[in-house]
Design a protein around this ligand. Structure first.
Ligand code: DP6
Length: 369
């Protein structure tokens, strides 16, 4: 299980069943930062136990992060027990999510019942920005737990650490498993991605074209409110969805195409594939029962302006959307000055409080010493 060339892990490989010496890991603190990520091929629809209905691919972000520290102290009475702080202050309403995360990972990390934890977490982006912190937040929880597991079992390989961290993050929130390692991450089995797995995300196995290495993502904050429909409800509506079968097949085809596009750097094809994925995601929402619309008039206004800017300038900017009204504007770094002027002059007026977040492709979770 810990040999160097690990090909594909199974669920059993992630169960921690060693005798541990708690006396050697009594108390301490770990601290990690984990980034958000933006999917280009979307995960929308899942089976039991957080298994995706189709493979997805994302760019890891650099500036939008969650920073979480995990203080652990051994205790005698077994059970899940923790305090949760947000920016240093107790935050009761975040607790049920973390409780659920601990319950879901317990069979893989039984040692968590031997510790009391104090979790202190903060985001680099405003909480009320409409940016879901579940991906970065659950990823940061998972890497911290893995640091504890590594303290209990120091022989663990880095590869195992990363894969199990992604596996655990997935149990917290599907997209979180794409926030552990890599700039471009694939989650879900795909015939053209050798190591791909439904259980965890893997770094894109090919060298991407230069243009994508510092690709920019500016997030236009159209609606900073809480999500009207949770992703979990949305995923659920893909069961018995009239177009589900075609959509899941399309995601496989699109990922195969995107694989080549990322290697070759064909921006024209990149644009049509990415925008089509974004609109398909929303089309799934509009055609489920019950149906719903998460885009706002301002979302559409921004999309129209992007299209006409692209037409006029030939600058390869495109958009993607997640499950909300905000727009992610994607473009090559070399066009940044020009695009930023366009954003300030033309698009900021459609954002709440004229707010947007400048980000770019990043590298995954980092331990803070
Ligand atoms: C539209 O990962 O938030 O952003 O697994 O229920 O926590 P849960 O869902 P979540 O869904 C993300 C959906 C998406 C597309 C994507 O990131 O691939």
């Amino acid at each position: 299980m810990f040999k160097e060339e690990v090909v594909k892990m199974t669920i059993k490989d992630f169960i921690f069943d060693r005798e541990v010496d708690l006396a050697s890991v009594v108390q301490g603190t770990f601290s990690w930062s984990s980034p958000s990520n933006i999917a280009l091929v979307k995960y929308w629809g899942k089976k039991d136990n957080q298994i995706p209905a189709n493979p997805s691919l994302s760019f890891t972000l650099s500036n939008c992060k969650t920073i979480t520290s995990l203080e652990y102290k051994v205790k005698t009475k077994k059970g899940i027990s923790f305090d949760l702080l947000f920016e240093g202050k107790p935050k009761e309403d975040f607790k049920p999510k973390v409780q659920k995360f601990f319950e879901r990972i317990l069979s893989y990390c039984p040692y968590i019942e031997d510790y009391h934890f104090v979790i202190d977490t903060e985001n680099t982006f405003p909480h009320s920005s409409g940016i879901a912190s579940s991906a970065s937040g659950m990823a940061a929880m998972a890497v911290n737990i893995m640091s504890l597991e590594k303290a209990l079992f120091p022989e663990m390989t880095d590869e195992y650490f990363d894969k199990k961290a992604s596996f655990l993050a997935r149990l917290g929130s599907g997209s979180a498993c794409r926030s552990i390692v890599g700039s471009v991450v694939v989650w879900g089995e795909h015939k053209d991605i050798a190591d791909s797995s439904d259980l965890y995300g893997v770094a894109f196995p090919e060298e991407v074209h230069e243009v994508f290495k510092d690709y920019c993502d500016v997030i236009l904050l159209v609606d900073k409110g809480e999500k009207k429909v949770s992703s979990t409800v949305g995923h659920d509506l893909m069961h018995n969805h009239p177009f589900a079968k075609e959509r899941f097949a399309q995601a496989h085809t699109n990922l195969a195409k995107l694989k080549n596009i990322l290697v070759e750097g064909n921006l024209e094809e990149f644009i049509s594939l990415v925008e089509s994925e974004a609109l398909t995601l929303h089309a799934m929402m509009m055609t489920s029962m019950p149906y719903f619309i998460l885009m706002k008039p301002k979302t559409l206004k921004i999309i129209e302006k992007i299209w006409s800017f692209r037409e006029q300038t030939k600058i390869p900017v495109c958009f993607t959307l997640d499950a909300g009204a905000n727009v992610h504007l994607l473009f090559p770094k070399q066009d940044k000055d020009f695009v930023m002027t366009f954003i300030r002059q033309e698009l900021a007026e459609h954002c709440q409080g004229k707010h947007f977040i400048e980000d770019q492709i990043g590298f995954g979770s980092e331990r803070i010493k």
